[in-house]
Every structure is written in structure tokens, then in C-alpha cells.
Design a protein around this ligand. Structure first.
Ligand code: IVH
Length: 696
């Protein structure tokens, strides 16, 4: 291909891909399959690589970020970013309407829109290109978050050929769809759980709700992380001078044609009755939407009327927000159960009479700890109010005292472990009770073994929760070290009916020749797992993957770590007091040292390999699992795998729910692509992957 041909093909592809992005992200109505789209993008990427002089600065291939912003520039808004007056009842809507009718003669329309629960953003376009994206800030000045906003695929970098003004601003709401929110929190929770945090600590660290998640994400310094968080954006307000539209509704329809994502659920209404019907409908229907809304915004449609009505100091007189009430239901508290985690932490859980709430059936609610129960003054059989306020797990907010039975007794918090009956302990200043029977309490023992075999630790995937329970029940394993003593005879023919804790289906486990072989092979293979992962696997509290890697790199072997003082430990990058003390204590307990001795005897790696070929380039991919498929243009598959490992990532052979990314080259395996789609695993091109690790 010569330069002229390349240039025109790059232009053509850029236009086509922009168009398909628009169909997919703005209209949710794609015209081509994901595979066809990926082929176009690939072709563009290849051409841009060969002819970089013709690549557009805002090419659709550059949506994956890579810029680091140390401090966001403050920008003054051209038009102040006001907020809206809030209303909570139909009467207040009538009052709003009456105020308008005092000023406006004759009939007029309202436009009702959903009130998206995210962060407001103002986007300025110059000559059809995204120029700047600024947050609301204090309404007068906001932060320039353009680099982060450029990664949001539903926000056009270049507008579609259409009659847009040379310069204008459009405002909208950046939000995190439920799917992204759940994916990120699941990944974070799994990681924290493996790092030894208890459920309470995990709960505190997770993203609280999609709105917080969106506002935190948009202010992140690394735009490539923003790119991975899948934010989205609805636009709802066009500002331009001179005004080119007659009505607000028209302006939004035009904005959609220019390439913006405008919500399809807006409605032009001719009076308060229609407005109220819209509100009634969405008060319940909102629970079926894949994003959060916290109300309805009602705007006068006619722009010249808007001008007549003007603004108060804080908000426009021509618009108002109606806020939905957080949905609360009342149901019966049947019982309280107590769960014991691998660290011995006890968490109380309320078992409720199943009830429908905000689109799901709720059977359980968190109670956090003993203080929470006494604060609510709960009694079994009480009718309790349950609310889902943006958080994932519903909570009990109060008790309907009028329905309390006279003889109902206050809940007495357990004083013994529900599993091993050891008296519980509660340390000064801690909210949680702990079972101190570290070496005798079944869920703690099983939890430690489950952690030991987990993917990021020893990766013995031929064992799982059910098989661990089976081996534990038969008295075959008590510590992870016992795994290395298991024989063929021990295992063959063992059977169990297994009921998973998470309420999943009951399974029958039966160990036959083939699975026994697989288990033993997996255990054998784990003997060559590198030292840093052994260090992670032993499950010292707060020693996650990264900490284990840092400790291994610094001290080189188990003996040195076990002798290190707290000062020496805190001297290592990223190791604070809390972690250092936990490591120090572990090696001062007889059980800790005995365990390490047994693992040593079993032949596990106790030091960093002499000839360790693993070059550490970065930990950008730490905690992420990759599957690669297809043929790549810059690297062989092995080279690509090495790059993943060198940047802290893991390689998996097949796509599962735990895969973070599928990196697909030319002609990737169709079943891998299918699996990726099934598990919602993002598919990266080679270029996208390289940008992720800063190689482009
Ligand atoms: S219009 C001058 N429309 O709600 C009026 N705002 O409480 C500009 N919001 O700051 C706002 N969805 O962040 C408008 N469909 C919608 C909205 C919306 C959410 C947010 C926006 C605004 C806040 C006001």
C-alpha cells in the first residue's frame, strides 16, 4: 500500500469505526458484530503503526488512556454550573408549575428526563472535536479531567458530520453502570479476601455505590485505569450562543445526531398530569435500568420561555428535580447467623423472610457487628425496615416497634464460636469478635487451605472448596502442609454431598481414578511454584500478592524474613507498621514456624530462584489474569506471555469468570472469544495491551 492509499484508508476506517462506536455506545444499536468491529480496528491499528504520520490525534484506537495527571488544572466555567431545586412530593410539582404559570401565559410543554446519579460534566467542543471536559467543582470553577473523559467510549472525540455549532458546551452526567460497578467490586473483594482482610474490612474498602465510584474514577491520576473502569455518560443540556434551537427537546435530538448519548427515556409532557405519570412510572421502572437514577428532572421545553423565567442565585426557575425516596420494605427477622472467616472474624448476618426490594429478592442483610445489633435493639421475630441505598448488600435501618411482640427478648450476641464453641474474644477498640481457636476451628482451617491452593497462591486447581471440605472431614488434612502427605490410597473412592456456603446448588463429590491423579499431579506441580507465591500462600494476615513479592525481592528467602525485625520489615517499600507487625508475629508463633518447617520438608520453594529469569518491569498488571489467543504482529505468544509476567500479571490457559482480560491477536480462538463474551471479559487488541503496560 502506498502513502496515498494508506492515508485514505486510515480516514475511511476512522470514520467507519467512529460510526460503529456511535451505534454501539450512544445508540446501543450496533450494525456489525463485535468480531467485524475488532477486524476494522485491527486494520486501522496496523496502518497507523505503519503510517503514523496519518493517524488522527483522536483516533478511535486511542481510547485506552495512558496519561498520568499529577494535578488537575482548575478551569473557570464559561456558564456557571448550577444545581436544581429538589422536590419530594406531587404537591411540590404543582407549586413549581403554579410559579411558572404566574410568569408564562398560554400553553407550554415540559420535558421529563431521568435524573442520573453520577457526576456532572461540562464538555466543550470546538470545530467538532472534544476540546475540554470540566467537572462541576464549586459551580464557578471545576477540574480539567479531559484525559480521563477521553477514555469514555460513549463520549465522541469527533462529532458526526452534521450541523453542529463551531463552538458549544454540552453538559451531562458521568456514571458507572451496575455491571462495571459489580465487576470492579467483585474483583476487589476477591483480592482483599485472599490478602486476609475480614469481611468488615473488605466492606469498608469496596466502592460504596456507583456514584462514589464514578466520582472517584473521574479524578484518578492514571487514565488507563479510568479506561478499564467502563464509565458511561448521558448528555442532557446543550449550551450555545447564539441559540440555534427553539426547544430543549430539539437540542437533545440534534445532540444525539451529532454523536452524543442522549437517554431514550425522555418525554415531552403537556402538563403536570403527564409529568406525574412519568414520575410514577419511573419510580418503580427505574429498578430495571442498568444504572442508578435518583429522581426525575422536569424542564420547561421552550428555550425562549426558559430565558424569560431565568435563574435564582442557585438554580434555574425553569427546571426542578423530583427525588425518589430510597425504597424501604418491612419484613420479619427470622434469625441471626454467624459466619466465621479464615482469620477467625465473626460476622453476624440477618436471615429475613424473603421480600422484594429494588428489583431483587432479599433474604439476608448484613449486621456488621455486635454494636450494630444493640444499636438497633433487635429482637428475633421483629418486623424490620430494610433499605437498599445504593450499596450492594441491603441493610436494616430500624424496627417497626408497633408490631413487636410483648415477650420478644433482645438478641444476645453469641459468646462462643458457632463452629467450634471456643469462647469468642474481642480486642480493645475492635468492632469484631474473633474465634481464637486458630488451629482447631474448622472454617478457619478450611479457609486457610482454600487460600493456600487458590490461583494466585499455589494454584492447585484440581482441588476446590468441596474437595477441601471432604478431605478435612475425613481427617486427612489439617494444615496446607498435610496436602503434601496425601497418597493415592488416601483419596481413591472418597465421597461427599457438598452444600456450598453461598447457597449454590448441592453437589456430589466422588473421587475416582482420574480426579485422584489430577489432584496428586496438581500438588506435585505446586512444589515448583516460585517463592514469592509460597510466601503469599501461607496466609500471613495483610500479606497480599504485592507485599509478598516485595518481601521476597528484598529478603530473598524465608529464613531472612523470619528473622527480620519490625524495623527491617518497615524498611521495605510499601510495608507499613501494621503489615510488619503481622509478619513479625507470625514467625514468633510456634505454630507458624512449625508450619514453615513442614512446607520446607515438603519441598516447596523457600528462596528466590538463583537463576530467576523473571525480570520485573512493573506491577501494572498485578492481580490481573490474562488469556492470550491468536497471532500477534509485534511479539511471539511466548514473548507476550513473558511481558505479562514481567509486569506482574498472571497467565491462564482458558477464559473463566476470573479472567481479567483476553488479549486477542489475529484469528483468535472462537471458543475463547465466546467464553469472554459469556463472562463479560474485556477483549484487548495487541496495541491496547501494549499501551496498558506503557510499551506504545
Ligand atoms: S439539568 C441548569 N438534567 O442533577 C440545569 N441535571 O441537582 C442543569 N442531573 O448538577 C442540570 N440528571 O449533575 C439535568 N437529566 C438531567 C440530570 C441532571 C442528573 C444532575 C446534574 C445536576 C444535578 C442537579
Amino acid at each position: 500500500m502506498n502513502e496515498i492509499q494508506a492515508r485514505s484508508r486510515i480516514e475511511e476506517l476512522t470514520r467507519e469505526i467512529d460510526h460503529h462506536n456511535y451505534r454501539y455506545y450512544a445508540l446501543s444499536d450496533p450494525e456489525i458484530s463485535d468480531g467485524e468491529f475488532d477486524r476494522l480496528l485491527k486494520e486501522l491499528e496496523n496502518l497507523e503503526k505503519e503510517f503514523p504520520q496519518f493517524a488522527f490525534p483522536d483516533s478511535p484506537s486511542r481510547r485506552i488512556g495512558g496519561t498520568i495527571t499529577r494535578e488537575f488544572k482548575t478551569v473557570k466555567h464559561k456558564y456557571p454550573m448550577l444545581s436544581l431545586g429538589n422536590t419530594y412530593s406531587p404537591e411540590e410539582i404543582l407549586e413549581f408549575d403554579a410559579r411558572i404559570r404566574k410568569i408564562v401565559d398560554g400553553p407550554f410543554h415540559y420535558v421529563c428526563e431521568l435524573k442520573f446519579d453520577g457526576v456532572a460534566i461540562g464538555l466543550t467542543y470546538k470545530n467538532g472535536r472534544l476540546f475540554q471536559a470540566v467537572t462541576r467543582g464549586d459551580g464557578e470553577k471545576g477540574d480539567d479531567v479531559t484525559a480521563n473523559v477521553r477514555t469514555i467510549r460513549s463520549i465522541p472525540l469527533r462529532l458526526r458530520k452534521s450541523s453542529f455549532p463551531d463552538e458549544f458546551e454540552i453538559r451531562g452526567e458521568i456514571f458507572m453502570p451496575h455491571r462495571s460497578f459489580e465487576r470492579i467490586n467483585n474483583e476487589m473483594a476477591a483480592q482483599l479476601r485472599e490478602d486476609g482482610y475480614n469481611e468488615q474490612e473488605i466492606g469498608e474498602k469496596l466502592l460504596k455505590n456507583p456514584r462514589n465510584a464514578a466520582s472517584g474514577t473521574i479524578k484518578m491520576q492514571d487514565s488507563s485505569v479510568v479506561a478499564m473502569r467502563n464509565l458511561d455518560c448521558y448528555l442532557y443540556f446543550v449550551l450555545c450562543e447564539p441559540a440555534v434551537f427553539r426547544t430543549h427537546y430539539e437540542s437533545l435530538i440534534a445532540a444525539r445526531e451529532w454523536g452524543f448519548k442522549v437517554c431514550e427515556h425522555m418525554k415531552r409532557c403537556s402538563g403536570t398530569e403527564e409529568v406525574e405519570a412519568f414520575i410514577r412510572h419511573w419510580d418503580t421502572a427505574r429498578h430495571t435500568l442498568p444504572y442508578d437514577t435518583d429522581g426525575v428532572v422536569i424542564k420547561v421545553d421552550d428555550l425562549s420561555l426558559q430565558k424569560d423565567l431565568g435563574f435564582t442565585a442557585k438554580s434555574p426557575r425553569w427546571a426542578i428535580a423530583y427525588k425518589f425516596k430510597a425504597e424501604t420494605v418491612c419484613t420479619e427477622l427470622i434469625s441471626i447467623s454467624y459466619q466465621v472467616g479464615r482469620t477467625g472474624a465473626v460476622t453476624p448476618v440477618a436471615n429475613l423472610k424473603p421480600v422484594h426490594l429494588a428489583g431483587t429478592t432479599v433474604k439476608r442483610a448484613t449486621l456488621h457487628n455486635a454494636d450494630q445489633i444493640s444499636k438497633l435493639d433487635l429482637r428475633i421475630g421483629d418486623h424490620v425496615y430494610v433499605e437498599k441505598g445504593g450499596e450492594i448488600i441491603p441493610k436494616i435501618t430500624g424496627v417497626n416497634l408497633s408490631r413487636r411482640k410483648a415477650d420478644a427478648l433482645p438478641v444476645e450476641y453469641i459468646s462462643q464460636c458457632p463452629e467450634c464453641h471456643t469462647p469468642l474474644e474481642r480486642k480493645e477498640g475492635e468492632a469484631l469478635h474473633y474465634c481464637p481457636n486458630i488451629n482447631g476451628c474448622p472454617p478457619q482451617i478450611r479457609g486457610r487451605i482454600e487460600h493456600f491452593i487458590s490461583r494466585k497462591a499455589m494454584d492447585i486447581d484440581s482441588l476446590g472448596e468441596g474437595k477441601i471440605e471432604l478431605l478435612f472431614d475425613r481427617g486427612l488434612i489439617h494444615t496446607p502442609a498435610d496436602l503434601y502427605r496425601l497418597t493415592h490410597e488416601d483419596l481413591l473412592g472418597l465421597e461427599k454431598v457438598f452444600q456450598p456456603e453461598d447457597g449454590n446448588k448441592v453437589r456430589r463429590i466422588s473421587l475416582q481414578e482420574k480426579s485422584v491423579e489430577k489432584i496428586l499431579k496438581g500438588i506435585q506441580a505446586s512444589r515448583s511454584v516460585p517463592f514469592e507465591r509460597v510466601l503469599y500462600a501461607i496466609g500471613i494476615r495483610y500479606v497480599g500478592e504485592t507485599v509478598a513479592r516485595k518481601l521476597a525481592q528484598h529478603f530473598k528467602n524465608m529464613d531472612s524474613i523470619s528473622h527480620a525485625t519490625v524495623e527491617e520489615l518497615t524498611g521495605v517499600e510499601e510495608i507499613g507498621e501494621k503489615i510488619a507487625e503481622s509478619v513479625y508475629d507470625f514467625f514468633r508463633q510456634t505454630s507458624g514456624m512449625k508450619f514453615i518447617g513442614e512446607l520446607k520438608k515438603a519441598g516447596l520453594q523457600m528462596e528466590v530462584a538463583e537463576n530467576a529469569t523473571t525480570v520485573v518491569l512493573s506491577d501494572r498488571l498485578a492481580g490481573q489474569a490474562f488469556v492470550i489467543s491468536g497471532v500477534f504482529s509485534n511479539f511471539s505468544r511466548d514473548e507476550l506471555k513473558a511481558l505479562i509476567v514481567q509486569n506482574g500479571g498472571k497467565i491462564q490457559s482458558g477464559v473463566t469468570g476470573k479472567t481479567s482480560y483476553l488479549v486477542a491477536g489475529e484469528e483468535p480462538g472462537p471458543s475463547k472469544l465466546e467464553k469472554a463474551r459469556e463472562h463479560n471479559v474485556p477483549v484487548l487488541t495487541e496495541t491496547e495491551f501494549l499501551t496498558m503496560i506503557n510499551r506504545k
